[in-house]
Design a protein around this ligand. Structure first.
Ligand SMILES: NC(=O)C1=CN([C@@H]2O[C@H](COP(=O)(O)OP(=O)(O)OC[C@H]3O[C@@H](n4cnc5c(N)ncnc54)[C@H](O)[C@@H]3O)[C@@H](O)[C@H]2O)[C@@H](O)CC1
Ligand SMILES: Nc1ncnc2c1ncn2[C@@H]1O[C@H](COP(=O)(O)OP(=O)(O)O)[C@@H](O)[C@H]1O
Ligand SMILES: [K+]
Length: 519
């Protein structure tokens, strides 16, 4: 698996090193790199915001502030009405800040050096650009600047656009106890920052836009990181193609253990997703009450009917299957727990464990040891909390995810916006597809079906989780291109899954040499 196709998440010191390496070896003057970064920002900004939106730019006196000065000048040239607010003493600014500060004195742009008496009152339409602090933040923001940020957060402005990262939010941890700008958008330069992926920072990161500024890729690749942001090129780099002589027996004998009285929809969704993701053969083990429903709604699947009418209570022989997906809609009855235990005792190939099967594991902690290596666990945060206990914050949650994977030699796919997928080596990849419309009943059941099918087709647990999350999110994104995300239901993911699969698997019309970093 070639992680160089991903975007590597770096910490502040590594980002500084990548800047310096590029400056020295491209070579490029640091002032020109600042210009380039700001041009990228301005290009994105002018494509999104109408010129009638007034723009106020808040600049610190470091290099993030330097970016802000250049952006101010570029947006002025592009026809926006801009006002500049300097936060700190311009005379004590960084070298590149000062050069740009001198340049902007020649422009007819209103400028204010902020003190406690002149915080501006802003209208709803005014766009705030936050260039106070970027990756150089080293302590919580307090005092006058904190008062300013709190004031700006309370103003009615709908849009606060952070340059690189919101002021006060550290790249790899949050500076608690200080002020942090609430960003509606973050335009981050080339390298994604860990904090931007974590739900607790939602109000401070907003929508994430990553713009390449030409930092030397080979150098970034040489830096070590356990965190990556997935790209279409990355998943395409390990996707498998069916061979001409493939037959259904070679595309995986899948077993889904799903459904209970009132929750048979979960079995239907997972089953259809499994078939739409390339499963050769699918059997669904379900309670008696599910027999007719499943035969009618998923005619392609074989149905094994449990001896119990309302829930799953006892597993037949399962050794002939290549892969098992357990959990969607099964409930947590004692009898069902014993069926899950039977599976764990009998099956030694990687499996997918989801939903109530995870809840059953939480109640029987020592069963975790029986999970076959390379299996994929797909908890949402509530299920994960039941499994590993409470965490102090999302950074801690991520550490617990890594610990769980390394200890039990499994893959954990922790669901949500920017789903995090981690493997036993402690690598974490954040998924880059999906949208809030996917927070809807049954969407997780679809994901279980997809990953089960991929495991059955010979993908490793990590690959199946990465590709599955990508396809699942992409199906949601393709739906949203034509419809409102509020209207998305899990069945829509099934409808758009074939298109997502086509985009990923059959993308290349002309065979070309492999080109890195095409996202
Ligand atoms: N040549 C380069 O290195 C490039 C840098 N770029 C920009 O430069 C930014 C990083 O710039 P800097 O390293 O100058 O750092 P910042 O501009 O983020 O911060 C400036 C300085 O503020 C001080 N500071 C930190 N925390 C503080 C706090 N809580 N209260 C008061 N002061 C505090 C620190 O001394 C820090 O170095 C990036 O985020 C990016 O926007 C881009 O222009 C691309 C090129
Ligand atoms: N805000 C969001 N952005 C992107 N994807 C999301 C968001 N919220 C949820 N999802 C995705 O939707 C799915 C929801 O799964 P889950 O919580 O198990 O739902 P259910 O149990 O109803 O099926 C997961 O794949 C998750 O990553
Ligand atoms: K900023």
């Amino acid at each position: 698996m070639d992680f160089n196709f991903c975007l590597k998440v770096l910490d502040a010191e590594q980002i500084r090193q990548a800047d310096q390496f590029t400056i020295k070896n491209e070579p490029i003057h640091s002032i020109d790199l600042m210009e380039r970064a700001s041009e990228e920002f301005a290009r994105w900004f002018t494509a999104l915001f109408d010129k009638n939106m007034p723009v106020v730019i808040f600049c610190g006196t470091g290099n993030n502030g330097g970016d802000g000065l250049v952006i101010c000048r570029l947006l002025n040239d592009a026809g926006y009405t801009v006002s500049l607010f300097c936060v700190g003493d311009p005379d004590s600014g960084s070298r590149d800040f000062k050069i740009n500060y001198d340049i902007i004195q020649n422009y007819d742009i209103p400028q204010t050096v902020i003190d406690k008496s002149n915080f501006p009152t802003l209208g709803k339409d005014t766009v705030i650009i936050d260039a106070i602090f970027g990756s150089g933040i080293s302590r919580p923001i307090t005092g006058l600047i904190a008062d300013l940020i709190n004031h700006l957060n309370a103003e009615p402005c709908e849009y606060r656009v952070a340059v690189d990262i919101a002021s006060g939010l550290g790249c790899n941890h949050r500076f608690e106890g200080g002020a942090i700008m609430n960003a509606s958008h973050t335009v981050s330069f080339q390298v994604p920052k860990l904090s931007l992926f974590l739900p607790q920072n939602e109000n401070q990161s907003g929508e994430l836009i990553i713009k390449s500024i030409g930092l030397v890729e080979e150098y970034i690749q040489s830096l070590s990181s356990n965190y990556y942001f997935s790209t279409p090129a990355f998943v395409r780099s390990f996707v498998k193609h069916r061979s001409k002589f493939s037959h259904k027996g070679r595309a995986g004998k899948n077993l889904l253990v799903a459904g209970s009285h009132g929750k048979l929809g979960a079995a239907i969704l997972a089953g259809k997703a499994c078939l739409r993701s390339g499963a050769g053969l699918l059997t669904i083990h379900t309670p008696g009450c599910g027999q007719n429903v499943l035969q009618n709604s998923v005619p392609e699947a074989m149905i094994v009917v449990d001896e119990h009418d309302k829930l799953i209570s006892n597993m037949e022989s399962i050794s002939a299957f290549d892969v098992i997906g357990i959990g969607p809609g099964i409930g947590t009855d004692k009898l069902t727990a014993s069926a899950v235990n039977q599976i764990l005792d009998q099956f030694d190939k990687p499996m997918v464990i989801d939903a109530d099967a995870l809840n059953i594991l939480s109640e029987n902690n020592n069963w975790v040891e029986k999970i076959p290596q390379g299996s994929v666990l797909t908890p949402h945060p509530g299920e994960f909390k039941r499994l590993v206990g409470d965490w102090s914050d999302d950074y801690d949650r991520l550490n617990r995810q890594i610990e769980f994977c390394t200890k039990h030699k499994v893959v954990v796919l922790l669901k949500g916006a920017n789903t995090s997928i981690s493997n036993p080596e402690g690598i974490v990849v954040f998924n880059s597809t999906g949208n809030p419309g996917m927070a809807t009943a049954g969407s997780g059941d679809v994901l279980t079906g997809i990953i089960t099918a991929l495991l059955g087709q010979g993908y490793s647990g990590f690959e199946a989780a990465l590709l599955g999350a990508h396809l699942h999110g992409l199906a949601g994104d393709l739906f949203v291109r034509k419809n409102a995300e509020e209207s998305l239901i899990a069945s829509d993911l099934l409808e758009y899954l074939p298109r997502a699969m086509r985009k990923v698997v059959h993308q290349h019309k002309v065979i070309k040499p492999e080109k890195r970093r095409r996202h």
